[in-house]
Design a protein around this ligand. Structure first.
Ligand code: AOF
Ligand code: ZN
Length: 402
């Protein structure tokens, strides 16, 4: 991966999260939320945005680590840049310091996440910054990792380095929401994505669903997949839709494709069993259909037997595998149990201006056992965006512990 210094400019290959036709409701990805004071100067914010741009180059590839970018500035000029490419490799600051060389002495370094202060897979960046002789460190957000959690900032200040914290904090937090969730809750962040017609159906009564939304929305989904570590469906989706679940992006990251199936009553031939370029994991229960398991293994599909196949157990397994974000692209029955078990934190609902009707046509979320409207789950931090002819509603489910 190219981690060489680059001139500060917008990268046209990166997805813009501020679409021209975006219609924002609520707080969304703004550091300028009402009541929140802006931290830093315009230049500071510009440099932190550059850090985020650099960090995004490793989108989907850093788990269990966060996405981090760093920029070294001397006399108002960028003299070094870097980002964290993947777990086990040096942190963003190390690449940026290397690129800056002797220019780092007396310089300001911008970094989207607090520099670490511990020996993990790599040595502490705080010591590296002190040794390089930087004069000032500008931090996007405090690292929620208990191994760091303010200790990096304290170490730098203790060494007499000026530290400014919280520049473009909301945007930094948003970029690493999966990492933050993983650290705080010991589970990957679950994102439920579905596409439905204006009358709330995800397929016709006969199960046909290609396609509910427009090409623009589907491209958005492909981008979303490339930022996630795994995408999960149930057996029904494999039988009905025979999906690929790839990000369809040249050079882009593909999430691990995960199928949850208790009895492995799945088709012998499915796109998901083609694993030459993208991996598939089938989660099932102990002892399920050994012949079918054998067939899957021959195709290079991974099979893992869990004691009990529930969304929560699936998320626990994926957490242990080091994942930060998991996309639920399943049908209504699995979606309902994922929601009920707290495996969904964020919802992305694409709504197409189409009506299909059908009193038995499937809907995005099955039975949650609610009987009155007061029990409805309300989304928070809601954002409405127009995507081509469709609409995307994004929001967060309140967590039980919050
Ligand atoms: C990163 N990249 O640029 C920064 C991180 O095991 P290690 O040594 O890679 O440490 C991982 C932790 O380091 C990670 O959980 C986060 O708390 C902290 N900072 N991590 O992967 C970076 N600055
Ligand atoms: Zn570090």
């Amino acid at each position: 991966m190219d981690n060489s210094p680059v001139v500060a400019q917008a990268d046209p290959s990166l997805p813009s999260d501020t679409q021209e036709n975006a219609l924002l409701v609520g707080t969304a990805v703004s550091s300028d939320s009402p009541g929140k004071e802006r931290v830093g100067s315009d230049f500071d914010r510009q440099m932190m945005q550059r850090c985020l741009e650099l960090a995004r180059r490793a989108l989907g590839r850093t788990s269990p680590n966060p996405l981090v970018g760093a920029v070294v500035v001397k006399d108002g000029e960028i003299v070094g840049e870097g980002f964290h490419p993947r777990a086990g490799e040096p942190h963003a600051e190390v690449f940026a310091l290397r690129a800056a060389g002797v220019g780092a002495r007396g310089a300001t370094i911008y970094v989207s996440l607090e520099p670490c202060n511990h020996y993990g897979r790599t040595p502490p960046c705080s010591e590296g910054l002190i040794a390089a002789g930087v004069a000032k460190v500008v931090v996007g957000m405090v690292d929620p990792n208990p191994l760091v959690a303010g200790a990096g900032i304290a170490r730098l200040r203790g060494a007499g380095i000026e530290v400014l914290v919280g520049v473009e904090e909301a945007a930094c937090r948003q970029l690493n929401e999966g990492f933050v969730h993983r650290i705080l809750h010991k589970r990957p962040m679950g994102i439920l994505k579905y596409a439905m017609t204006l009358d709330g159906k995800i397929a016709t009564s006969s199960g046909h669903s290609a396609w509910v939304t427009s090409q623009d929305s589907r491209s958005e989904v492909h981008q979303l997949r490339s930022s996630c570590d795994a995408v999960i469906v149930g057996g029904n989706t494999v039988r009905q839709d025979n999906p690929y679940l790839t990000s369809h992006q040249v050079g882009g990251h593909n999430p691990l494709r995960v199928v949850m199936s208790r009895h492995l009553n799945l088709p012998e031939n499915a796109h998901l069993w083609e694993t030459a370029s993208v991996g598939t994991l089938v989660l099932t229960e102990v002892g399920a259909n050994p012949n079918f398991q054998e067939m899957l293994l021959k195709h290079g599909v991974e099979v893992v037997e869990l004691a009990s196949l529930t969304p929560d157990q699936a998320m626990d397994y994926l957490y242990k595998r080091g994942f930060c974000s998991v996309l639920w692209e399943c049908g209504g029955t699995l979606a309902a149990s994922a929601i009920a078990q707290g495996a969904v934190q964020k919802v992305l609902a694409f709504i197409a201006p189409k009506i299909i009707g059908g009193s038995n046509a499937p809907t995005p979320v099955g039975d949650l056992g609610f009987t009155t409207m007061t029990q409805a789950l309300s989304l928070e931090r809601v954002r409405w965006r127009v995507i081509g002819v469709d609409c995307l509603v994004e929001g967060y489910l309140r967590q039980k512990s919050e």
